[in-house]
Ligand binder design. Structure first.
Ligand SMILES: [Zn+2]
Length: 233
């Protein structure tokens, strides 16, 4: 986790040897100041969020685009007692409560469903999936797939239908089946993946490997998370 409360301030660690308590489980957190990664807090006795994953500059960069009060919000399922930390939660406690999950590492379909089930209980949920080439070559496939020649207007937004260029279509198919809204971050460009509703309006449901994207400006994406845009996905 990147933030914790220290003497009344929610912040990242600034020095080696700092300790504080986790606001969610009360466990001891110690500062980790890696030379080649972002400073973060580590639970001494293991993270209370079993979904926690190593975070780096990509996570930090996105979290910093939101007010500190919206970053890393612990949630607990009253029925099961399960605890998870939402990367971003805007509008907490309102009908516009929106969770943004920042996904850098690849996750299985099962994990995707578990997280959607948990977070969508009382929130609108967005995924921001980082597309890169670290563990697979999704970045190349995604880049080669981008084709905005077959475009359609839906509620004032341009959606282009394209074909996944990689050999395995598993990656794009997994995200097409998401219940939450899916956005991709590819080299700093944001693309909204057409869900079932939009797809039907432009000739879908699409067959395997076919999908539609809408290119968004970062500011428009941030407005959508804050629900201050005019048209909601
Ligand atoms: Zn904890």
């Amino acid at each position: 986790m990147l933030y914790a409360w220290v003497n009344g301030t929610k912040r990242a660690p600034i020095a080696k040897g700092e300790t504080t308590a986790c606001p969610d489980c009360g466990g001891t957190l110690t500062s980790v100041m890696p030379v080649e990664n972002v400073p973060h807090w580590r639970h001494k006795a293991g993270d209370c969020d079993p979904w926690s994953e190593p975070e780096g500059p990509w996570h930090l960069g996105w979290k910093e685009k939101f007010d500190v009060s919206c970053r890393e919000i612990g949630l607990r399922d009253a029925a099961t007692g399960d605890r998870h930390r939402a990367d971003i939660l805007c509008g907490a406690g309102t009908i516009r409560a929106t969770i943004l999950e920042l996904q850098h590492s690849s996750i299985s379909e099962e994990e995707r469903i578990q997280r959607e089930t948990f977070y969508r209980q009382s929130h609108r949920m967005f995924w921001l999936v980082h597309i890169h080439n670290e563990n697979a070559f999704h970045g190349y496939s995604f880049g080669f797939s981008l084709d905005f020649s077959n475009s359609h207007t839906v509620d004032g937004h341009q959606f282009a239908i394209m074909r996944w260029s990689g050999r395995s279509k598993q990656f794009i198919e997994k995200w097409k089946r998401a219940e939450a809204h899916v956005f991709f971050d590819y080299q700093g460009h944001i693309f909204y993946l057409a869900g079932e509703g939009v797809s039907r309006r432009i000739g879908g449901p699409f067959k395997k490997g076919m999908f539609a994207l809408c290119h968004l400006k970062t500011d428009d994406f941030l407005r959508a998370v804050h629900w201050s845009d005019t048209i909601h996905p």
